[in-house]
Design a protein around this ligand. Sequence first.
Ligand SMILES: C[S@@+](CC[C@H](N)C(=O)[O-])C[C@H]1O[C@@H](n2cnc3c(N)ncnc32)[C@H](O)[C@@H]1O
Length: 376
Amino acid sequence: MANREPFSLYEFFAGGGLAGLGLHGFRTTFANDLDGAKAASWRANHAEPDILKLADVWDLTPDDLPGHADLAWASSPCQDVSLAGARGGLDARRSGAFWGFWRLMTGLAGQGRTPGLIVIENVMGLLTSNQGRDFAAVCRALHDGGYVFGAVEADAALWLPQSRPRLFLIASRPPVAGAGEGADPFHSPRIRAAHGALPDDLKAGWVWWRLSAPPRRNTDLAALLQPDDAVAWLDEDKAAALLNLLSPLHRARLDAAAASGERRVGAAYRRVRLENDVKVQRLEIRFDGLAGCLRTPAGGSSRQFVVVCQNGQTRVRRLTGREPARLMGLPDSYALPTSEVAALKLMGDAVAVPVVRALADQILRPLLEGAVRTAA
Ligand SMILES: C[S@@+](CC[C@H](N)C(=O)[O-])C[C@H]1O[C@@H](n2cnc3c(N)ncnc32)[C@H](O)[C@@H]1O
């Protein structure tokens, strides 16, 4: 296949458009989201704002989609398949939006406009929700649509100082030779287990995509933070009340950081944990140079805190302003909503840009150029 970049892209569940920003060599010809605030952010960061159609995916028809797409990207809502959530599964209302997307793919096929590639991005919980039935159902849909497919687990922490493992299920209409063996770090044990649980006819259509790890990351959380004097710190009482929520293990981590005599930067989340059958609110802290996975703020408890130990002092503040965007790999030129909560909501369920970029460079463009690497 001749190189004919830019390849065309439909960006479903587009949010702030981070998938499109990572898809180097692709041009978005259609985007969709139903959230007005997110759509505004997408448009504010896109040279062709009118491409985004603000609508429920279920209300779209194939006639809304222009021309032909080389790639359809779907970051469908993950709450119901998240390991942290209620796990209603793909039949549940929000994650059911995937099937609204799939209805469109089927409609395009009926018009001879099947996208060459599809990427489905989700939380790792998609592998196991509903005892694996959701994942099998998505693979079945791809198989019946004439795609070969395979999944990789990529943690943004390889590229950025944020722990954010995500599942990328990549499907190709052009057949790809050689199923090979899952061996890369990106073919994680949980991906191999999910593959192993698929029925034989779906396993036959599976491809172990090859992805190389990036060079060793040389930035940590501290490097992405705003200067200490440009942010608002919690007052001593509030900080002490928060740090009182540390369990003995996490208190020991803080004490070790404070005793190091160096400037140490940690990230912390409040979580509700079951201890001796009683729900207890805890502050969980890490000093491994990573932020915890950004989440959308719900009820205030999922705001991430920054804890800095220096010169015998421990200070605490919220992760704020530009910081969540930087943790997703966005340049400071990305226009964020003015409301802090809206910015966090936007970043909390976005996809990390350099991870998408790696998939585009190593798998997606090579597939469209007929030069893909698999594990065969
Ligand atoms: C996981 S986020 C994807 C974010 C995007 N990949 C990014 O990087 O910013 C899911 C998005 O799907 C949108 N969404 C949820 N249900 C939808 C539906 N029924 N139709 C269209 N969009 C929907 C949400 O507003 C949200 O922006």
